[in-house]
Design a protein around this ligand. Structure first.
Ligand code: 9MG
Length: 280
């Protein structure tokens, strides 16, 4: 299995890690830490050295309750960082955005993956992605970040999420986006309560069978706090456990703040999974 990102190809026969780089004042776990461009570059270097295959640069918080910022402000945060990483580091760069103007500027600056929590549903986003050769991560979200945790309801988890993702993959294909450029993501914590997130993780294998690689992000999320009673920066072990279970159930890319720890755990996971394939 492979992902095409512009002129790059990412081999997904082994699980990969996407390191999170939030250049926001208010993200739930690392808000404000990497607003300074040099601090952001140092963090990208550290994540690459730890083994990240992709650096995901975000300029707008998507935590529950967050309100959207104007495209210009978001671009002012992410573009200088993307440009600096692109000239310094040999790593795929993803832009975490839903806004067509930011997508275009980010790809011009060197991003080769668009990570869109709205799955290209905002006005003009599908058309913008179709114009470019960047890969796209289509994420499921019920509602918007401002309201998504107010009583989320499903007929069936994971059935409703699978149906949504199938629809977005079809919309991309109709718009001319090559399937080899697509990733899907069930969006843990995006319009899902703890019980729904657990049900989703338990049944993730079904979501991984859509014919496009699956990305999963549970790093430091509220579910892990509910299960362990720990604050955001104390959820590393819980996040690693969730990443291992996601990969065992078919995820090929894990989005995380904790790159080194996740990579160690996924090496073990992959080795055990391969041993199972070798011996029947
Ligand atoms: C931006 N962002 C925050 N959480 C995320 C997740 O779980 N997946 C993706 N693709 N993006 C996320």
């Amino acid at each position: 299995m492979q992902l095409r990102l512009g002129t790059r190809t990412l081999d997904l026969d082994q699980p990969r890690v996407m390191g999170i780089l939030n250049v926001t004042p208010d993200s739930f776990s690392d808000g404000g830490r990497f607003l300074d461009r040099d601090a952001a570059i140092r963090q990208a270097e550290a994540m690459l050295a730890a083994g990240a295959s992709i650096i995901d640069v975000g300029g707008e918080s998507t935590r529950p309750g967050a309100v959207s910022v104007p495209a210009g402000r978001e671009a002012d945060r992410v573009i200088p960082v993307i440009e600096a990483i692109a000239v310094r580091l040999d790593v795929a760069i993803s832009v975490d955005t839903s806004k067509p103007a930011v997508m275009r500027a980010a790809v011009a600056a060197g991003a080769t993956l668009i990570n869109d929590i709205y799955a290209l549903r905002q006005d003009g986003a599908l058309e913008a992605a179709a114009e470019m050769d960047a890969a796209v991560c289509l994420m499921h979200m019920q509602g918007t970040p401002a309201t998504m945790q107010v009583n989320p309801q499903y007929r069936h988890v994971p059935g409703d999420i699978i149906e949504f993702l199938q629809g977005r993959v079809a919309a991309c294909q109709q718009a001319g986006i090559n399937t080899a450029r697509l990733l899907v993501d069930p969006g843990f914590g995006f319009g899902k309560n703890d019980r729904q997130n657990l049900e989703l993780l338990h049944n993730l294998r079904q979501v991984s069978q859509l014919g496009v690689p699956l990305l999963a992000g549970l790093s430091r999320k509220r579910l892990l706090g509910s299960l362990t009673g720990r604050s955001t920066d104390q959820r590393v072990f819980a996040g690693v456990a969730a990443a291992v279970m996601a990969v065992e159930r078919g995820a090929r890319i894990i989005r995380t703040h904790d790159v080194a720890e996740t990579i160690d755990a996924l090496r073990v996971t992959q080795a055990v999974m391969e041993a199972g394939q070798e011996h029947g």
